[in-house]
Write a protein that binds this ligand. Structure first.
Ligand code: SF4
Length: 702
């Protein structure tokens, strides 16, 4: 039996894997603080992908007839190295780009950043976490001095009297986590902000709390309105604000313009509801003797062209109520991807080096260069963030080659048809994957890699807890670890540095590279994590040789900012990038279903999940459906200025009459990202997945 964690989301539920001759492994839930033995349907069925009928088990290269044909590893790697050398020689090192993933282990995220910078010499590396956590990360860094999604253990939520949950459908995305909301629900203090009556919003029914159902794209106004009420009704915590924060005056001045009647006009949320929500939070705060309150954000409010401002508004609200850095209260962002937290700490972001250091910081460059055994001048500077990077592919002066690891950008990127066109304009597309995803199927070279149960490594959960991923079964003959792929390519490219393929030794190197950084892992090793499965970063090496206990709760003694205080960041609303008036009168919001994960590349290959959730659908309010003559089951087209998507109508009053909802797990004509907006947040580069303007039309019957 092997103790490990689920291959999917950032809750990283604990699993026990038992070898099984037919299935590869049998999966069972394992008791752990976050999941208490529970798994969702994705976790229970996760072994199916190990034996997917179209599992990639041999390298493929595109032949003269345009088809992908099997070949040997030597032939595939020699070809990739030759083409990379040619492209670099003709167009320069930045003509090779790398796109990583938030599902890669910490060791791979680290090694990929190193591979891009010193084996390829390119500045152009970014990853799909840019689409996921970048705005929350940017907001936390500028306000709190560091970004760790939940700066407290998830179990702390259980004691809270109130939880404000904005833009997160936990009941479908991370079902076992809902148990931690039971205290707030019992106290009637769960406040869910979602334009849709999601499964999570339904948890507020029967006295569980309040559901605020704003017009899509107005979340920032909701938060400014809540802050307005907190200040105008004296619900703030003046002693905390004076002692532990700076910058309140300007933030308060901007919030003052958002009086509840004006907020109601913009968001549709009744004044009384807004005031009740503010009161619920305030009465649960430590200052008022409550048992604690939390403000949590998710992708629903973060995937916006003003995502960083929105998260800063959520943090401002938390600071005004005196919640952050107190046991039993706080602010957190609910990370989504499996290693969405670790994936953003170890250097695969375009502007960062391992240890969550900024790439333009000279001392960071010096430290990391010493670990890598190169001159700091060898490390390139800041590269392009994901949307900009994808848009530049194949253009004059842009990258001519792209290496993709752990991402399916042809489906998951906003304005996906355009991204597909950019991929098609490349001279070389190389994809490492476990199955032939839509992106892999269009590649020039496909390299088959290992899955979670076939390898060792570590993942960092949504709460900053570092977890061991363990090998339970042998991989198929022909598949290789990415660590091996990068070592082989580095050798063929005569790259400097050393390229270990043992995950424990790569972790040791990662730990050294992180030493002194914001996410410090230097006191950790695989052996220590095996013995102590409950360690949170920062966990630095201690000079006297004793073991640092890790840091489950951040900010209790101050903030890692120059003056030790948290910063209110003054923000105001600019509205979403798309205008829903005129020709495109409906808002489209996107999201997830319980059975599928991200682009669906894995979960669309699991029989049980497909049976339960077979295809794309559009939720439409009965009034909107009537207006367009749409009946349940009809084929419906949504059209934006970027493209068209087709899916089956579900007529339901779970959505607002001015809004349609569609999940994003399907490809081709059912890929909702054909219509989503690639306008980005100027601070973080986060694209505006969550709201765009569409027209709705019936195109056929079932
Ligand atoms: Fe896996 Fe997330 Fe489901 Fe847990 S909630 S079983 S980690 S997909």
């Amino acid at each position: 039996m092997t103790a490990t964690h689920c291959p999917y989301c950032a809750l990283q539920c604990a699993q026990t894997l038992t070898p099984d001759p037919a299935a590869g492994v049998n999966v069972a839930g394992r008791d752990f603080p976050t999941n208490r033995g529970g798994l969702c349907q994705k976790g229970w069925t996760s072994a199916s992908v190990l034996r997917a009928p179209d599992r990639l088990t041999t390298p493929l290269v595109r032949g003269v007839d345009g088809e992908l044909v099997p070949t040997s590893w030597d032939v595939a790697l020699d070809l990739v190295a030759l083409r990379l050398r040619e492209i670099r020689s003709d167009h320069g090192a930045d003509a090779v780009a790398v796109f990583g993933g938030g599902g890669l282990t910490n060791e791979k995220a680290y090694q990929l950043g190193k591979f891009a910078r010193i084996a390829l010499g390119t500045a152009n590396i970014d990853y799909n976490g840019r689409f996921c956590m970048s705005s929350a990360a940017a907001a936390a860094n500028r306000s709190l001095g560091v970004d760790r999604g939940l700066p407290f253990p998830l179990t702390d939520l259980g004691g809270a009297q109130a939880v404000l949950l904005l833009g997160s459908n936990l009941a479908e995305t991370m079902p076992p986590s809902v148990a931690h909301l039971s205290g707030a629900r019992a106290a009637g203090g769960l406040i869910v902000v979602d334009p849709r009556i999601s499964a999570t919003a339904r948890l507020t029914e029967n006295g569980g709390g309040i559901h605020l159902q704003p017009v899509p794209g107005t979340d920032l106004v909701v938060l400014l309105g809540l802050l307005h009420v907190v200040f105008s009704e004296g619900l703030d915590d003046p002693a905390y604000i004076a002692e532990r924060t700076t910058g309140v005056d300007e933030a308060q001045r901007l919030a003052a313009t958002w009086w509840p009647a004006r907020v109601e006009q913009v968001t549709g949320i009744p004044e009384t509801q807004l005031r009740s929500a503010a009161m619920l939070l305030a009465s649960a705060s430590p200052m008022r003797g409550g048992s604690g309150a939390y403000v949590l954000t998710g992708r629903g409010v973060e995937q916006s062209s003003q995502g960083t401002a929105t998260v800063n508004a959520a943090i401002n609200l938390s600071l005004a109520l005196g919640l952050v850095g107190r046991v039993g209260s706080g602010y957190g962002a609910v990370t989504g991807q499996g290693n969405g937290q670790g994936g953003r700490e170890h250097g695969q972001k375009s502007d960062q080096l391992p240890g969550y250091r900024m790439i333009d910081d000279p001392s960071a460059r010096e430290h990391v260069a010493a670990v890598w055994g190169v001159d700091p001048a060898v490390i390139p500077g800041k590269g392009k963030p994901a949307v900009e990077l994808l848009d530049s592919l194949g253009r004059e002066g842009g990258p001519r080659a792209l290496l993709v690891h752990g991402a399916n950008v042809r489906v998951s990127a906003p304005n996906a048809t355009h991204v597909g066109d950019r991929l098609d304009a490349l001279d070389l597309l190389v994809v490492c994957d476990i199955v032939p995803s839509e992106t892999a199927r269009s590649a020039d070279v496909v390299l088959p890699v290992l899955q979670w149960a076939e390898e060792e490594g570590t993942m960092t959960s949504l709460e900053g807890r570092i977890l061991r991923r363990r090998k339970a079964i042998d991989p198929p003959e022909g598949a290789r670890s990415e660590l091996w792929v990068w070592r082989e390519l580095a050798a063929r490219l005569d790259a400097p540095g050393t390229w270990d393929i043992d995950a424990a030794r790569v972790f040791d190197e990662l730990a050294r590279a992180s030493e002194g950084g914001r996410a410090d892992y230097s006191g950790l090793s695989h052996a220590r994590l095996d013995a102590e499965p409950d360690l949170f970063w920062p966990c630095p090496a201690v000079k006297d040789g004793s073991a640092h206990p890790g840091t489950p709760r951040l900010f209790l003694d101050g903030f890692p900012t120059p003056d030790g205080r948290a910063r209110f960041v003054a923000v105001d609303d600019r509205g979403p990038a798309d205008d829903v008036r005129g020709e495109a009168p409906s808002h489209l919001v996107t999201g997830r279903v319980l059975q599928h994960y991200q682009s669906g590349a894995q979960t669309r290959r699991v029989e049980e999940l497909v049976a339960a959730s077979p295809g794309a659908f559009v939720e439409i309010h009965p009034r909107l459906a009537d207006r367009h003559g749409i009946a349940p089951g009809d084929r419906v087209q949504l059209t934006s200025t970027r493209g068209v998507v087709t899916a089956t109508a579900r007529v339901t009053d779970a959505v607002r009459p001015d809004t349609v909802f569609m999940p994003f797990h399907w490809a081709d004509e059912a890929n909702v990202n054909r219509v989503t907006n690639d306008a980005t947040d100027p601070v973080s580069g986060m694209p505006e997945f969550k709201v765009c303007a569409v027209t709705v039309a019936r195109v056929g019957s079932p």
